[in-house]
Ligand binder design. Structure first.
Ligand SMILES: O=C(O)CCC(=O)C(=O)O
Ligand SMILES: [Fe+2]
Length: 265
């Protein structure tokens, strides 16, 4: 079976709605491999930190910048994903960072409404020419706190963000007005589905009060010409070393290296 790739119709949906969901972007064997590696990855577990929500529930995550030869990077470097990012960003993309989100049963916290560009603006990106690629490693449902998006909200431009507990959230008054006008979509995903979304798309998620974990991998890409004017994000201005789609399954890649450049909190 061939690997999925994004089409011109997917690009049109992304431009219209601010996101596009690609079902079955990963093969079941690929998801199994990545999830197995992730749940046993001690480096990830040691480098993870958590973010509390307004109710004190906490989501664990590990975040790193440069790509390597680990299994997560082979996905982030895969032809189908990088070409998808290139199509949607309308040019050559670079990798800004990747993260492994671990929203555990009963304790995984909520995320407040935000635009990723609300954060990344502060990191020094001058243009919102960035996107997130979220791949579900386990099923993502309303019950376990799937991602919610406001359809078409990428068109409003950057909204002011301020601190809301330990998280940075978008101005609530604006969010409330947009919710009166635009559709709120719960993006339920099966393991192996991938959501591409614009850096100005408003999104949030509920806490995971269910018995099922919700793990996902999120890689962020910027247009290579839109490199940040400050900070130290080497991969954001480097060409991505693309690998064939088969590489993830064929290689004996494992978890991430201890010396990957992790964000340390
Ligand atoms: O996966 C989620 O629930 C939201 C995470 C998110 O939006 C982020 O890390 O920027
Ligand atoms: Fe986000």
């Amino acid at each position: 079976m061939d690997y999925k790739k994004l089409s011109i119709a997917d690009q049109a949906l992304f431009n219209e709605d601010g996101y596009v969901l690609i079902k079955g972007m990963l093969k079941p064997e690929e998801v199994k491999k990545l999830y197995d590696i992730a749940i046993h990855d001690e480096v990830i577990s040691n480098k993870s930190f958590d973010r509390g929500d307004a109710n004190g529930l906490r989501t664990k995550l590990a975040l790193w910048y440069s790509l390597g030869d680990d299994a997560y990077s082979l996905l982030a470097r895969s032809k189908r994903i990088v070409e998808g990012a290139n199509l949607l960003l309308e040019g050559e993309s670079a990798h800004f960072h990747s993260k492994l989100m671990q929203k555990e049963p009963k304790v995984g916290g909520a995320w407040e409404w935000h635009q990723d560009y609300g954060y990344w603006y502060r990191d020094g990106f001058l243009y919102p020419q960035l996107l997130s690629v979220l791949t579900a490693l386990s099923p993502s449902t309303k019950e376990n706190g799937c991602l919610q998006v406001i359809k078409g909200s990428h068109r409003v431009g950057r909204i002011e963000h301020g601190f809301s507990g330990e998280q940075v959230g978008a101005n609530q008054e604006r969010v409330d007005e947009l919710l009166k006008r635009l559709e709120l979509v719960y993006v339920e995903m099966e393991a192996g589905d991938t959501l591409f979304f614009h850096s100005n798309t408003l999104h949030r998620s509920d806490a995971n009060l269910s018995d099922a974990p919700r793990w996902s991998l999120i890689s962020a890409y910027n247009l290579i010409s839109n490199k940040p004017y400050k900070g130290n994000y080497p991969s954001a201005s480097e060409a991505i070393q693309i690998v064939n789609d088969e590489t993830l399954l064929k290689s004996d890649s494992e978890g991430i290296q201890e010396d990957a450049n992790f964000l340390i909190k």
